[in-house]
Ligand binder design. Structure first.
Ligand code: PMP
Length: 382
């Protein structure tokens, strides 16, 4: 272990946990220093909203833990109501809560996929999708990032190799590049090759689509998605996740998905927070507009400086630097200028593409964004 840790240090990859207060706010303090925060996923600025806190406080008065797993006695009336609200929100027959997005992805993929099935996964899909596929033992076909032609060639190959059922899985908004999956093309392919399509809308939920219903709604293909996974930890500002789709698929998960079955239900405080958040998200058109407008402005400033934003088209805007050491240095220098953007390094991103990732929030103030651009200019060009 010591040798492995030393090797990580040599590659500038040994990470540390740094206590941080107010991590969900657009401006936070670390060791007494004021920092404009670009490393939170609280995209709409809803975390800590008074109505959410009030709902959570009221739930806390009634108890703390759920007391048991869902299939024993941990399925509360509030969880039942929330699942119905979620199905109505997504326009699906059914929905089920999960403790978090990692367990939802790992759980749904490992339980649906049999070793004889074929799974098609974008090469930059989230680690929880990668791990779910590994757990499943299905035949895996990894397609080039955002490349439907490549995916089609793999679908053909799988058919020739006598694959069983076929399942395509993709992030909607990619967490490290902020680019968007070609969902319309994927829907075409899924129909042509009789495959299922599963989307991870962790970074699209709340931010895109009418009432924040997500990226598939934004792109007008929501009826064609077989299964949605979404989290409540990002734009929703709470914690937890859901899977939504056809009733039978959800019933199957409830009966077969080990990460669903063998864990304690989400605490009532979290359920209450999610229910309050869902109402806030549906009403948050103004925040969505502001986020879009601020993200567009920030992205244009960066591209205007000739920086590589890796195809970002959303509130996630990376600046790809290359080497790990350079990314760390960039991040440190920005912090000295009062701007926090944590360096993202392998294995989270491929070797040679270390980056800073700027996550915009609807409640970033314009002067804070301008301060960040000036700081970036100073660090890159002074
Ligand atoms: N999918 C994607 C695309 C993510 O970015 C994340 C969170 N980093 C997850 C799933 C996992 O979600 P959670 O944080 O709720 O476990």
């Amino acid at each position: 272990m010591r040798e492995e840790l030393q090797a990580l240090s040599a590659d500038h990859l040994n990470r540390h946990l740094i206590p941080t207060a107010d991590a969900h706010r657009p401006v936070l303090h670390r060791k007494g220093k004021r920092l404009v925060n670009f490393s939170s996923n609280n995209y709409l600025g809803l975390a800590g909203h008074p109505r959410m806190i009030q709902a959570m406080r009221e739930a806390a008065e009634k108890g703390s833990g759920a007391g048991s797993s869902r299939l024993i006695i941990g399925h509360s009336e509030e969880a039942e109501a929330l699942e119905q609200e979620l199905a109505a929100f997504k326009g699906t027959e059914s929905a089920v809560l999960f403790p978090n997005g990692y367990m939802a992805n790992a759980g749904l993929l490992s339980s649906f996929l049999k070793p004889s099935d074929a799974v098609f996964s974008d090469q930059w899909n989230h680690a929880s999708i990668v791990d779910g596929i590994r757990m499943s033992k299905a035949r895996k076909y990894i397609y080039r990032h955002l490349d439907p032609d490549y995916l089609e060639s793999l679908l053909k190959t799988a058919d020739q190799q006598g694959a069983g059922r076929k399942l395509i899985v993709t992030d909607t908004v990619f967490s490290m590049d902020g680019d968007v999956a070609p969902l319309r093309d994927l829907v075409e392919l899924k129909k042509r090759y009789d495959a299922a399509l599963v989307v991870d809308d962790a970074h699209g939920g709340g931010v895109f689509g009418d009432e924040g219903k997500g990226m598939a709604h934004e792109l007008g293909v929501d009826r064609e998605i077989d299964l949605y996974m979404g989290t409540f930890s990002k734009a929703f500002g709470v914690y937890g996740a859901y899977v939504a789709g056809k009733r039978d698929w959800i019933r199957y998960l409830i009966n077969k998905c080990r990460p669903f079955i063998y864990t304690t239900a989400l605490p009532p405080v979290i359920i209450a927070g999610i229910r309050a958040s869902l109402r806030l998200v549906r009403d948050a058109d103004r925040l969505r507009r502001e986020l879009r407008q601020k993200s567009g402005w920030f992205r244009r400033q960066l591209t205007g400086l000739g920086l590589d934003v890796a195809g970002s088209a959303t509130q996630i805007i990376p600046v790809v630097v290359g080497e790990n050491e350079q990314a760390l240095l960039f991040s440190h220098r920005l912090q000295e200028q009062g701007v926090l953007s944590v360096a993202i390094r392998p294995p989270t991103v491929p070797a040679g593409t270390a980056r800073l990732r700027f996550s915009l929030m609807a409640n970033h103030r314009e002067e804070d964004l301008r301060q960040a651009i000036e700081a970036i200019k100073l660090c890159c060009f002074a």
